[in-house]
Write a protein of this length. Structure first.
Ligand code: AMP
Ligand code: GLY
Length: 409
């Protein structure tokens, strides 16, 4: 079997690692891939926005199944192009990917189908946004409609910050969503979906802010862990019944059935679970810890879901903790091209997020460089092992958060 993975971060490395572990005979291509993936996949330096080149590659290499890591190719219709050329890709069409690419689309769909989420209004003019903001209590959340690579969400703690956010986001986007600030415990639930066939994975929690204690700007994610002891089985079942199943039905009813991995970011609030966001793909870095625990064969699961067969996922009882090592300065300016040592870890794996292999040496090529995932009987032990490993390779050019999976137990 030949699998093509589109992307080159920690998530794509984890997907390739899982496929390789499940069956080392599977031939894996990655576009563009990264330094760490080269040991298990053929990495091909094509531009992921050049969809014709991706299509040409998949046809020329007889690819059986394509998995798309990031949102950009999905929102630009890569899966539509592959499907119209008779190629199998596990991901949503451009229309279904709006669940992520348009906050307005996602919020309006949730309102229409009674799916619990923060109350909100949509604005395309500054004056009316401002008038609305002034009537709301603080903090208030302002979100750009459209993909913004994590930079489109502002949690304003005073009115001048809220006004500035409305102005900035409206200058670069057609409209903004202004929504109620939710308090509670966040968790992420991903599921393999084909229309109304839906197979959930284990839940995880990620750490979006750059600094300890949730301080500083948002990032692509500084770490994650799974399972999440503060979220009960009942809460997960409720999330399936009140959100995941209804949203797949909603997308079918709206004429854009979802195929691929559907991700929901939840807040467990005092008044029940509420959706913070949907993503149309595997989450990063949640995937790195969730796949580390997944015992079922990944490609078999996807093929069964594509055939609408009923299947459930078996997960290890072990806990997985992933800690990210990032370039100093990230998520703002940082240097690339630093030599990176790869840590050793027993009962775990180091996924590359932004490295290149140059003359048998790994050099950094991105803001997030590595994620070390430790898998042990308890979260506490996994956390200790992940940090021992991270500390062994951190240096003056690289940093990490100290509080990943630091739970009050
Ligand atoms: P999003 O891109 O919508 O996931 O937002 C990024 C992060 O901002 C989320 O993971 C939350 O931590 C936070 N956030 C977004 N919306 C809200 C909200 N309504 N209430 C509280 N926090 C939020
Ligand atoms: N971890 C959140 C995301 O993948 O967008």
């Amino acid at each position: 079997m030949k699998i093509l993975i589109i992307g080159g971060g920690g998530r794509e490395h984890a997907i390739a690692w899982k496929i390789h572990n499940d069956d080392p005979k599977t031939q894996i291509f990655a576009i563009p891939g990264n330094g760490g993936m080269e040991a298990i996949a053929s990495c091909v330096p094509l531009n992921i926005n050049d969809h014709q080149a991706l299509l040409g590659f998949a046809i020329a290499h007889d690819v059986d199944l394509t998995l798309v890591g990031g949102e950009e190719p999905l929102s630009k219709g890569l899966v539509d192009l592959f499907a119209s050329n008779g190629l199998k890709a596990f991901g949503p069409t451009k229309k279904a990917a709006q669940i992520e690419s348009s906050k307005r689309f996602a919020k309006d769909l949730m309102r229409k189908y009674g799916i619990p989420t923060a109350s909100y209004e949509v604005f395309s003019e500054y004056a009316s946004a401002l008038a609305y903001v002034r009537k709301q209590s603080l903090p208030i959340v302002i979100k750009a409609d459209g993909l913004a690579a994590g930079k489109g969400v502002v949690i304003a703690t005073d009115y001048s910050m809220a006004e500035a956010a409305c102005k900035t986001l409206l200058a670069s986007h057609l409209c903004i969503v202004i929504e109620e600030y939710l308090r509670g415990i966040e968790f992420s639930l991903m599921a393999f979906v084909n229309g109304t066939t839906i197979v959930p994975m284990a839940i995880a929690q990620d750490y979006k802010r750059v600094g300890n204690g949730g301080k500083g700007p948002n990032t692509g994610g500084m770490g994650a862990y799974s399972p999440v002891p503060s979220i009960s089985r009942t809460t997960v079942s409720l999330s399936m019944e009140k959100v995941m199943k209804p949203i797949t039905i909603a997308l079918v009813n709206e004429g854009c059935p979802f195929v691929g991995v559907l991700y929901a970011g939840f807040m467990k609030t005092a008044t029940g679970i509420k959706v913070i966001e949907f993503n149309a793909r595997f989450g990063d870095p949640e995937t790195e810890v969730v796949l580390a625990r997944m015992k079922s064969n990944l490609i078999d699961t996807i093929l069964k879901v594509l055939n609408h067969e009923s299947v459930s996922i078996r997960n290890s009882h072990d806990a997985a903790v992933g800690v990210v090592l990032a370039s100093k300065g990230y998520p703002y300016e940082y240097k690339k091209g630093m030599i990176v040592s790869i840590p050793k870890i027993t009962n775990g794996v180091c996924f590359h997020m932004g490295t290149k292999l140059a003359d048998e040496t790994y050099i950094s090529s991105g803001g997030r460089v590595l994620i070390v995932v430790a898998k042990e009987a308890t979260l506490k032990l996994a956390r200790r092992k992940a940090y021992e490993s991270i500390i062994s390779v951190a240096n003056e050019h690289l940093f990490y958060r100290d509080d990943i999976a630091l739970l009050n137990d």
